[in-house]
Write a new protein. Structure first.
Ligand SMILES: NC(=O)c1ccc[n+]([C@@H]2O[C@H](COP(=O)([O-])OP(=O)(O)OC[C@H]3O[C@@H](n4cnc5c(N)ncnc54)[C@H](OP(=O)(O)O)[C@@H]3O)[C@@H](O)[C@H]2O)c1
Length: 166
């Protein structure tokens, strides 16, 4: 199973200056609970922005830099290498965790079985965006809404399953 997991603004905003655009505690909790015990694949820039491997999960970092190494993570140089790594270790759920470049290439390759998207009630400046995808090629299998906090915007979780024709 391959899931793309992302939090996106109203115009598919993902980030600015290699950082996130909002801080939503419940969304972080959802990300943690959903991915715990599994493997995350992320681009080198997203890893640099997080700065450390996330506990309880394997972290695969995609980079073209052959000398790239970070403690507690595994470096890969292609999607194929990442998939092979999962297969060899019997990982049954890979989470593609961004950023923009990685989501784009994953969707182009139709790698995803599902999208786990947090739609954030945010509109603003961004330099990284989630690709413009066609929602009609997915079945909505879960939806839940979360109210705004004192300092955090409202958001809605949607799980979209890829249809056989996508
Ligand atoms: N809202 C969200 O859910 C969310 C999630 C994740 C990230 N983000 C945000 O997204 C932004 C970062 O995204 P980004 O698009 O700038 O960068 P990114 O996708 O995280 O990383 C891009 C890097 O990945 C490597 N790469 C890309 N394609 C590759 C391929 N085919 N083979 C090997 N390596 C490849 C390259 O690393 P090298 O340059 O080292 O070769 C490239 O520079 C940040 O603002 C972050 O906060 C948001």
């Amino acid at each position: 199973m391959i899931s793309l997991i992302a939090a996106i603004g109203k115009n598919r905003e993902l980030g600015l200056g290699n950082a996130m655009l909002w801080h939503i505690k419940e969304d972080f909790k959802h990300f943690k609970e959903t991915t715990m015990g599994h493997t995350l694949l992320m681009g080198r820039k997203t890893f640099e922005s997080i700065g450390r491997p996330l506990p309880g999960r394997h972290t695969l970092i995609l980079t073209r830099d052959r000398s790239f190494k970070r403690e507690g993570t595994h470096t890969v140089h292609s999607f194929e290498e990442a998939l092979k790594w999962c297969e060899e270790r019997g990982e049954e759920h890979l989470f593609i965790a961004g950023g923009g470049e990685i989501y784009k290439q994953a969707l182009e390759r139709n790698l995803e079985d599902q999208l786990i998207l947090s739609y954030v009630d945010f509109e603003g400046e961004a330099d990284t965006f989630f690709p413009d995808f066609n929602e009609s090629q997915y079945d909505l299998i879960h939806k839940s809404a979360f109210a705004a906090g004192e300092k955090s915007p409202a958001w809605e979780l949607r799980v979209l399953k890829a249809t056989p024709h996508h």
